[in-house]
Design a protein around this ligand. Structure first.
Ligand code: PLP
Length: 465
């Protein structure tokens, strides 16, 4: 079979049978998919022979870059030695136990106990199952309610989708109801809630923390189990909170015995230049920390729900009601996924990839701001470390959203760059191996693409066509 016939077959089978995540079926039915066939370093290629700079590290996850031989060797070695055996009850494997210990060395505070999963959504679901169980065991059986935030993204399982505050993800899907999960404002410096437009950064942080406190009081502190937040909101538009926000919120939660859950699925393992960002950058220690993605750079699915010593003490009491901690997955502590994570840690350290982010992150942010903000459809350019967003607007004064990120994405593809379009927002989250030259090329391609879209907008082109 020739390569092009093989590719046609892949394209057709995909169109006929593969249900893609987050896909617009109105165009998918006709156009099908771009078949990605190769991935190496900071680049990926498609079946047509086009090569692209990967501006999104697969999907915020391929931190060490694509197609690494050293990672392949580590995975191969583990598979030929002992690829998998279940960790239920008292059996274990070396990579899972070593990885749990390596994580515990690096987490903030006493977050020393790791429950492994296979991704971010499941880690979030697991967190809240554990939290409710923990509250039951300490006779706080009314503490069930969870507070999340508008524009938050926490995943796609039933529960995690309900933790998610992005309205566009909810149409026609059922909800668990606001009795269980409710939302406070996102910490959005660009589009602030009414009443907060003119506040200083510190005043705005207080405003948001007050909103959280009032929300807890309205629900009744005895009914509130936890507050969940991404240290930097990712899919919701790379929203960097006002300085001091996290600590203020965490202090309020402490006051009312409300647990703080930090969803670090994106912000851990170097994306912000640290192992974890909650304490190192944002000055708060969560009770539960969720992670996935960069934990093994996405080479094999893996996630983790990391809990404090206090939560572990309560849920691991031998005399606990029911006797057994009755939750776990076939792939909890999967030996090969954990071996990949250990190799990932080694590469992150040996290649000083956090230093690269700390050095080049400010250059990425500054170059993006200087180059893109002058365009009339760019309302905001924001981010930190290797997380960046460009907010498209039809009017800089009113900040009205311009839903043309998809169009920018298509133009970037023509120029050899992959970005992530989310409504009116362009998201960039490259591998941590990105070079200065890569950054220059990324920003110049992005500028060209945005300029083209902006000229078409000004010409009154039929943008929805
Ligand atoms: N939490 C955050 C902050 C995320 O960005 C994501 C995915 O992008 C998830 C959770 C869900 O992770 P997964 O897709 O691995 O289930």
């Amino acid at each position: 079979m020739t390569d092009s016939i093989k590719t046609d077959k892949v394209w057709q089978q995909d169109k006929n049978h593969f249900i893609h995540p987050y896909t617009d079926f109105s165009t998918f039915h006709e156009e099908g998919s771009q078949v990605i066939t190769k991935a190496k370093g900071n680049f990926v290629s498609d079946s047509q022979g086009n090569t692209f700079l990967d501006g999104i590290a697969g999907l915020w996850c391929v931190n060490i870059g694509h197609g690494r031989e050293d990672m392949a060797d580590a995975i191969h070695k583990q598979i030929t030695q002992m690829q998998y055996f279940n960790p239920f009850g008292h059996s274990t494997n070396a990579p899972a136990s070593e990885l749990a210990a390596e994580i515990a060395k690096r987490t903030p505070g006493d977050l020393n106990h790791v429950f492994f999963t296979s991704g971010g959504s499941v880690s979030n679901d697991s967190a809240f199952r554990i939290i409710h169980y923990y509250n039951n065991l300490r006779d706080k059986t009314t503490k069930k309610k969870i507070i999340s935030r508008d524009s938050a993204y926490h995943g796609s399982t039933y529960f995690a989708a309900n933790l998610t505050g992005i309205q566009a993800t909810k149409s026609s899907f059922d909800s668990l109801g606001d009795e269980l999960i409710s939302y406070v404002s996102a910490a959005d410096m660009y589009r602030r809630p009414i009443g907060a437009e003119q506040l200083t950064e510190d005043e705005y942080a207080c405003f948001l923390a007050n909103e959280l406190e009032n929300h807890i009081l309205r629900l009744g502190a005895d009914n509130v189990a936890a507050f969940i937040l991404e240290p930097v909101m990712g899919a919701g538009g790379v929203l960097v909170a006002p300085k001091g926000y996290h600590k203020k919120c965490a202090d309020i939660c402490r006051k009312y015995d409300v647990l703080v859950v930090a969803d670090e699925v994106v912000t851990a393992f170097g994306r912000l230049g640290q192992w974890f960002s909650s304490e190192a950058i944002f000055d708060f220690v969560p009770d539960v920390l969720i992670t996935a993605k960069g934990i093994n750079s996405g080479y094999i699915p893996l996630g983790a729900t990391i809990i404090s010593a206090d939560i572990y003490r309560v849920i691991s009491q031998p005399q606990c009601e029911g006797g057994v901690f009755s939750m776990g997955f076939t792939y909890s502590g999967h030996a090969t996924a954990c071996a990949a994570a250990l190799k990932n840690f080694e590469i992150l350290e040996q290649e000083s990839l956090f230093d690269n982010v700390n050095k080049l992150g400010p250059y990425l942010q500054q170059t993006a701001r200087e180059t893109l903000l002058t365009n009339s459809i760019v309302g905001d350019v924001r981010g930190t470390g290797f997380m960046l967003a460009i907010d498209l607007v039809s009017n800089k004064q009113t900040k009205e959203r311009l839903y043309q990120a998809q169009r920018v994405f298509e133009k970037c593809l023509e120029k050899g760059l992959i970005i992530r379009p989310v409504g009116n927002i362009i998201v960039i989250s490259p591998p941590l191996t990105l070079t200065r030259d890569n950054i220059d090329s990324l920003i110049s391609k992005l500028k060209e693409a945005i300029d083209e879209v902006s000229s078409e907008v000004l010409l009154g082109d039929n943008l929805d066509a």
